[in-house]
Design a protein around this ligand. Structure first.
Ligand code: 23J
Ligand code: MN
Length: 263
């Protein structure tokens, strides 16, 4: 293996389109849906807001710039281990400490779009993952597992995206045994197209919010509000995703990019 030849080949494959770059990121703006937790849990993240400093005007005749009011867990974002109590003392648990090696990894995309169309509360189970592996191959250590639901198609409407009624939010995610199984495969993390990595019903699980509790406890990561997973193959794409290097950050909005080989 000649590592510089490999990189040269990647660049040339990008220029011919043999490898394409798919953007898995939702637009980040005032209309970006944010999580709304029930009142007993206390406070919520405010909506994204851009404060203009100048726009080629008397406050800055030659420049436009702004500052953002932005939650760590807003839009397409990364969950660092310190986000959850179980990851409070996990190694390298904040966004500034995660080794950059972890920001480039293969991804497995499990298509649950049909099940979710029939049932927005659909849960992917360990058996569901095993059935997927029987068809597409084993989930390898160090890879992401992303749940495709086509839920991202709702993200222009907060109401449709959060999909809550008097019984709480209805959105898909992993079961407890799904996350337990993925940890036995030594995955790097779990990603979902919904507002958070866990299902809308996950507050009632044991433990509650397993994608948060169990993944972050083991210094694994989460990705939420991913888009365009329907543009990825089940296996073979490489995910490039990094949180901002926020000091002591519990998470961060990201730009998530997939490198996808032409089929
Ligand atoms: C805070 C509390 C509960 C949850 C979350 C945040 C998220 O989903 C998140 O964005 O990490 S479930
Ligand atoms: Mn989060």
């Amino acid at each position: 293996m000649n590592a510089s030849q490999i990189l040269t080949d990647v660049v040339s494959a990008l220029s011919t389109g043999a490898i394409s770059v798919v953007d898995l990121t939702a637009p980040l703006g005032p209309d970006t849906p944010v999580l709304y937790l029930p009142p007993q849990f206390g406070k919520n993240t405010p909506k994204f807001k851009m404060h203009r400093i100048s726009e080629y005007d008397s406050d800055g005749p030659w420049w436009a710039w702004g500052w953002m009011e932005l939650g760590e867990h807003t839009g397409t974002h990364f969950d660092a281990p310190a986000h959850w109590i179980s990851g409070k003392d996990a190694p390298d648990n904040t966004t500034d400490k995660i080794p950059p090696r972890n920001f480039v990894a293969p991804c497995n995309v499990i298509d649950c779009s049909m099940e979710v169309r029939a049932n927005p509360d659909f849960l992917l189970t360990a058996d569901g993952v095993r059935a997927w592996e029987a068809e597409h191959g084993e989930i390898e250590a160090g890879s992401w597992v992303l749940m495709r639901s086509d839920w991202y198609k709702r993200n222009s409407s907060t109401e449709a995206f959060l999909n809550a009624d008097e019984n709480g939010p209805h959105s898909p995610g992993p079961s407890v045994d799904c996350i337990e199984y993925l940890l036995t495969k030594d995955v790097i993390g779990w990603g979902n197209e919904c507002v958070g990595t866990d299902a809308g019903s996950a507050a009632s699980f044991n433990p509650p919010f397993p994608a948060h509790h169990l993944m972050l406890e083991k210094s694994r990561y989460g990705l939420a509000s991913l888009c365009q997973l329907d543009k990825l193959p089940p296996k073979g794409a490489i995910l490039v995703v990094a949180p901002l290097k926020i000091v002591n950050g519990t998470g961060s909005p990201v730009r998530a990019l997939a490198l996808v080989p032409r089929s």
